[in-house]
Design a protein. Structure first.
Length: 231
């Protein structure tokens, strides 16, 4: 007689996790759709027609860039959260937010509530002040979303030095976006056993993170120098 093999709960969990990760990885390795997203992906990534869509010149001084954004949005950006679609050179868009902290603002951004991403003028990428490769950025984004699954607000602030190459800046944006896709793809597989584009309206609304944002690091309030000491 053949002996019955008993599987522990831990073994089953490991197998399910392995299968989920395998399919998620396959999704990104073999998917040919670069900027053709289904309705579910557009909803989860915040891409919709109700938001204004603009392109910007990245290599400007802070005040010049804020002025350009204000003109293109046709509104004053001071002291407000401004949400819009950023147009990239490959015709893809990414949902971003800008908090332009002017001198008159009463509430200021606190950096500790943001994961900081910096692209230096030497094309060095830093995540929370730690050097990383561009290819690993999406996994860092995924890890932050996954590790803080119970927290409503998980925000990323992307800064870049002047001058920086437009191509390099936009690659960072795309990898941030890919990190969100990776997170949502896994959640969809784990909770409903489906890929993102096969989720029903009720299902994809159930996994949407309401307050996870990508902020442009151009509108932060700069620290003022201390007043001169009286002799």
């Amino acid at each position: 007689m053949r002996k019955k093999i008993k599987y522990s709960n831990n073994s089953v969990t490991v197998v399910i996790t392995f299968i989920t990760v395998f399919f998620v990885c396959c999704y990104f390795l073999f998917s040919n759709k670069k900027f053709k997203y289904c309705d579910t992906e557009n909803y989860l990534l915040g891409i919709h027609d109700s938001l204004p869509s603009i392109s910007i010149n990245y290599n400007q001084f802070r005040n010049e860039l804020l002025e350009e954004i204000s003109i293109k949005l046709k509104k004053e950006t001071c002291c407000e959260i401004n949400e819009f679609q950023l147009q990239l050179e490959n015709n893809e868009t990414i949902n971003v937010k800008l908090h332009n902290e002017c001198e008159s603002c009463q509430v200021y951004i606190n950096d500790r509530f943001y994961y900081r991403i910096l692209l230096t003028k030497d094309n060095q990428l830093l995540f929370q002040d730690r050097p990383i490769t561009l290819d690993s950025l999406s996994l860092n984004i995924y890890d932050c979303l996954k590790n803080e699954d119970l927290i409503d607000s998980v925000n990323f602030m992307f800064y870049w030095d002047k001058p920086s190459q437009k191509k390099g800046i936009e690659k960072v944006f795309l990898n941030i976006k890919k990190g969100y896709q990776l997170y949502y793809e896994e959640v969809g597989q784990q909770r409903f056993g489906k890929s993102l584009c096969k989720l029903s309206k009720t299902e994809f609304k159930a996994i949407k993170r309401e307050r996870s944002n990508i902020y442009l690091g151009v509108g932060e309030r700069k620290s003022l120098p201390p007043p001169p000491k009286n002799n």
